[in-house]
Design a protein around this ligand. Structure first.
Ligand code: ZN
Length: 319
């Protein structure tokens, strides 16, 4: 885990406006030297949540939650401490000191991996729009998914056959190794193989909105698994992620509604019908960490699984 020097943390805080960080989630009104709003941590009708711009601290007189900017991101958005620090440093345009990380190469490697994941997401998007993407577009039409949803959630297509990654990114062994490390290639008997072939692609983002992996739905060959996800990588931990979290967090808070559904298509179908409040686990049974994430967002989530046997089992398990 990254170690940050006190001087660096001070600088990040000095260049952060707490009222702005909180103001994106809570409507704040001036009251004397403080700002007041409805507490995002408990339900209330009259504001008891105060933010002091002078002290750069928040405090709720109702539930007693309080702290500074790092604390707010951790409690409210579920960031880990280093994530909160990195997020605010990035926002303030402060370079994260290289020696701050226990492994100096680690920060750089992560950055490159995220860049590559984002590039891969883009090439899948272009494939969906292209000639080869026809079969995927037909499927989306059949599922009546509107263009706006396809665009906003950056759905894509991984073409059938082999060698697509090589075609896009070249055969340089370092690039191939990188693509392997983020789960897009795996080693077969005769070299690298594309993991996603002839699949509709759902990019999966972490809570900060960075693409960390992909889910793929089979289109042609019904013998293969219907859904395939990226394997576990340093960035992609299935049991930590929820599809739709980055996209829907704000709406869930605003509407005070949260629906947990089974799959990617359920999340998108809800959004297409004006309900961008769905979250789904990534093809696996919902686990403890995901439940905690859900309960941090909303204390009365509704679990809405399929009416079949598997769905009923999943619902009981979640309960
Ligand atoms: Zn409160």
């Amino acid at each position: 885990m990254a170690q940050f020097s006190p001087a660096f943390l001070d600088e990040v805080l000095a260049r952060t406006d707490l009222a702005e960080v909180i103001g994106r989630h809570v409507e704040l009104k001036r009251s004397g030297s403080n700002l007041m709003g409805l507490c995002p941590f408990h339900h209330e009708k009259s504001p008891s949540f105060s933010v002091s711009p002078d002290k750069q601290l928040y405090y709720c007189f109702g539930c007693g939650k309080g702290g500074g900017a790092f604390q707010f991101l951790m409690e409210h958005d579920g960031y880990a401490f280093p994530e909160a620090v990195e997020y605010l440093a990035e926002k303030a345009g402060i370079e994260i000191p290289r020696q701050a990380a226990s492994d100096p190469g680690e920060t750089e490697r992560r950055k490159r991996a995220f860049e590559l994941l984002s590039k891969v997401a883009d090439v899948f998007v272009r494939q969906l729009a292209g000639e080869k993407g026809k079969v995927a577009r037909e499927y989306l039409e059949y599922r009546k998914l509107p263009e706006a949803i396809i665009r906003d959630y950056k759905l894509g297509y991984a073409p059938a056959g082999y060698g697509f990654m090589e075609h896009c990114f070249g055969s340089d062994s370092r690039i191939s190794a990188q693509l392997e490390s983020i789960g897009l290639l795996f080693k077969g008997d005769r070299g690298y193989v594309d993991r996603f072939r002839d699949r509709l692609i759902f990019p999966i983002r972490d809570r900060r909105g960075k693409t960390v992996g992909f889910g793929g739905r089979i289109l042609g060959d019904e013998k293969s698994a219907k859904y395939l996800n990226s394997p576990e990588t340093p960035f992609f931990h299935k049991s930590d992620l929820l599809y739709g979290l980055a996209e829907h967090r704000e709406e869930i808070r605003k509407r005070k509604l949260l629906l947990v559904v089974e799959g990617y298509m359920d999340v998108l179908a809800l959004a297409a019908h004006g309900l961008p409040i769905g979250l789904a686990p990534l093809g696996t049974a919902i686990g403890e960490r995901q439940i905690l994430e859900i309960l941090r967002l909303h204390d009365g989530p509704v679990f809405c699984f399929d009416g079949d046997r598997a769905g009923r089992q999943a619902a009981w398990r979640a309960l």
